[in-house]
Design a protein around this ligand. Structure first.
Ligand code: NDP
Ligand code: GDR
Length: 370
């Protein structure tokens, strides 16, 4: 019989890719999704199975990381071999607006999962993956950042994840549980949430190139991130739980790039060269040359800074050292940043091309959010 896995955060970017991976490997996958007033399963609808069918291997359960009774019941019913705790309020900027909720879901939510496994007597059976993050490093202490680099989180999200990291280590040491942290650096894909910087950029550039939007407003474009592809990173999550001994791993590409360069790379995908002029909040991005004289004429201003996107405390530089993961897990990313940008741009151009066709025919289907 195949293994059983529970995924919290199954409706998110990583939840969708990890579900696909585990199903391919013959797992029975149980996803925990939150009740919402609208359907929130877009990313996993292609995996949906009619619950009336027999031999289901993908099942969804209503639940929430803020509700321990519900977590205990689901874990009791499923008796999982593995739990991937991916659920979280994952937006760093939003965590400044909702710090208490972020702590409840991201920090105490992790404790609830660990404690449920302990209370149910599953410490020997159930392995737990905790979605830790490069946001733990925050203010630069050492680069590249590795497993031994000291933490200095810079947001309510980072601080909540710091608790989650350490409670996972503590349960491993106190109760001999197979509980591991994957310290994952930023990873993106066409399924990335629309308000994270990469997806915000690829969506905007696609729309600007189709004449559907004038300008892209950005926050701190000097920030540097180590961006990988989510598909590669869920493979690492799985590998972390297949080891003989529970350990924590940094998952990163080892390459860092500014937000500014990500914007340039995205415009290059629609045949435009972008140049930045000015500095600080007065810095702007202009089309330098382009093979699209209609929507992207030379001289057009397409990027501007809006300070409302600045964060009260920022993480300026992330670059990870994945040596341990490469050596011990045999993990090797398949995508570099150029391939990632290409895939995300192609997906968003396709999405908005369809949307434009509908719009031109009198139908408006896509909402715009900040
Ligand atoms: P997403 O924001 O795409 O997905 C988050 C998921 O968590 C969604 O399914 C969301 O549900 C769910 N969720 C939110 N709050 C709760 C709650 N209270 N109870 C149960 N579920 C909840 O994140 P990613 O897929 O990108 O990331 C997965 C995990 O990895 C997160 O924990 C994130 O913090 C962490 N991480 C992500 C990195 C990245 O670069 N992507 C890097 C390092 C760590 P809904 O769909 O209903 O909103
Ligand atoms: P991050 O991702 O905070 O690193 O957290 P995000 O894409 O939101 O920001 C990356 C960097 O870009 C700068 N930035 C902007 N960010 C957003 N969202 N919108 C803007 O307009 C903008 N302009 C500049 C930010 O200031 C930041 O420096 C992500 C999340 O997935 C976390 O859950 C995860 O833990 C970390 O990655 C690793």
């Amino acid at each position: 019989m195949g293994k059983k896995a529970i995924i919290t955060g199954v409706t998110g970017q990583d939840g969708a890719y990890l579900s696909e991976l585990l199903l391919e490997k013959g797992y029975e996958v149980h996803g925990i999704k939150r009740r919402s007033s609208l359907f929130n399963t877009d990313r996993i609808d292609h995996l949906y199975q009619d619950p009336h069918e027999k031999n289901l291997n993908f099942k969804l359960h209503y639940g929430d990381l803020t509700d321990s009774t519900n977590l205990i019941r689901i874990i009791q019913d499923v008796q999982p071999d593995e739990i991937y705790n991916l659920g979280a309020m994952s937006h760093v900027k939003v965590s400044f607006d909702a710090p208490e909720y972020t702590a409840n879901a991201d920090a105490i939510g992790t404790l609830r999962v660990l404690e449920a496994v302990r209370l149910l007597g599953l410490t020997e059976k159930t392995r737990i993956y905790q979605a830790s993050t490069s946001e733990l490093y925050g203010l630069v202490q050492e680069v590249p950042q590795k497993e031994t680099t000291p933490f200095y989180p810079r947001s309510p999200y980072g601080v909540a994840k710091l608790y989650a990291y350490w409670i996972t280590v503590n349960y491993r040491e106190a109760y001999n549980m197979f509980a591991c942290n994957g310290i994952l650096f930023n990873h993106e894909s066409p399924l990335r949430g629309e308000t994270f910087v990469t997806r915000k950029i690829t969506r905007a550039v696609a729309q600007i190139s189709l004449g559907m939007q004038d300008k892209l407003y950005m926050g701190n474009i000097d920030a540097r991130r180590d961006w990988g592809h989510a598909k590669d990173y869920v493979e690492a999550q799985w590998r972390i739980l297949q080891q003989d001994e529970p350990e924590d791993f940094v998952i990163a590409t080892g390459v860092t790039t500014t937000v500014r360069d990500f914007i340039k790379m995205s415009f290059a995908e629609v045949g435009a060269e972008l140049e930045f002029k000015g500095s600080g909040v007065d810095e702007k991005g202009y089309i330098k040359s382009s093979n699209d004289p209609v929507n992207l004429p030379a001289g057009k201003e397409v990027v501007a800074i809006d300070p409302k996107y600045f964060r009260p405390t920022e993480v300026e530089l992330l670059i990870g050292d994945p040596t341990k993961a490469k050596t011990k897990l045999g993990w090797e990313p398949q995508y570099d940043l150029a391939a990632l940008v290409k895939e995300m741009m192609a997906a968003d151009v396709e999405l908005f091309r369809k949307n434009k066709l509908l719009k031109d025919a009198g139908y408006e289907i896509l909402k715009q959010h900040e």
